[in-house]
Design a protein around this ligand. Sequence first.
Ligand code: C2E
Ligand code: MG
Ligand code: MG
Ligand code: MG
Length: 296
Amino acid sequence: TAKDKKDGGIVVATNKLVAQFEEDKNLEKELKKALYTEGIIPYFQPKVDLQTNDIVGIEALARWIHPERGIISPVVFIPLAEKTGLIQKLDFLIAESTIKKLKKWIDQDLVSNDFKGSFNISVKTFEEEDVYEQIKFLLNKYDLPGKNIEVEVTENIFINKLSKMLDELKFLKEDLGASIALDDFTAGHASLRGLSQLTVDTLKFDKSLLQIIKENSEKGKNIYSTLVKLSKDMGYTSVAEGIENVDESDFLKKEGVDYGQGFYFAKPMAEDKFVEFIGKRDGNSLYKERLVEIIR
Ligand code: C2E
Ligand code: MG
Ligand code: MG
Ligand code: MG
């Protein structure tokens, strides 16, 4: 009967929920363990000067190297970490690892003195922790100047303690000399509000903006151009995310976007691969040659 079916449906749905919940609980336990056993590591994606092709920095992106499941995407475990209060630990782990590697690469002359490493700090982390104090401690610990780091933040309309976050960003910038980037620009409806509230140096144009161009070429290009103009008029550095082909790269270069990231240049890589990628250099020129080589 219909009732049986309905009840049956509910039972199935409930079992599914329980299974999901248990799965989450397992994942949560595993995530916690991974955080304390170097199971979570940063991959590094090069950031390229679109005018010169020089590699000017990297973004650190968390990867969970799971013994059975393989490499798990942050799209899966960042929301879980945010939900379970593990995000602060995760964010500072990636920040510390990035600061440590930057120091090493600069000392080894693998990258230049003004090479910049970006990492992502969740709004949740800003709510719970003294981000400025923590980052200051890490920079001191590894003796890395603040100008070598960039903190990527996203706007979130549900943020609590907004004024605390604004203060932290101000100190990171003014006291430590770190750059601040507004990530995923225009991906969410809150981006323009974020722009008006946060003190940022850099706008990172979300990869969904390039998707608009694919779907509606002329209109999409106009939207992108207008946002680049806004960014320039307001004095921000611009970074385009998600560049996947030469047409996109050429378009963004023509529009005068400063930097780009995307699979067209390089995917996020484990440290050994990144070091191989960037190679030994003589001035900045080798970056360019290597990059051109890789692009071909
Ligand atoms: P995000 O910060 O906006 O990072 C950019 C994402 O775009 C990365 O995804 C990167 O791998 C991907 N990407 C780069 N180039 C291309 C391209 O050409 N095409 C396409 N389709 N994608 C490209 P990923 O690594 O999966 O990270 C997803 C998000 O997870 C990040 O977005 C960031 O919001 C978050 N995340 C990653 N690591 C951390 C972390 O340590 N802390 C926090 N709080 N969030 C993190
Ligand atoms: Mg980011
Ligand atoms: Mg981004
Ligand atoms: Mg994004």
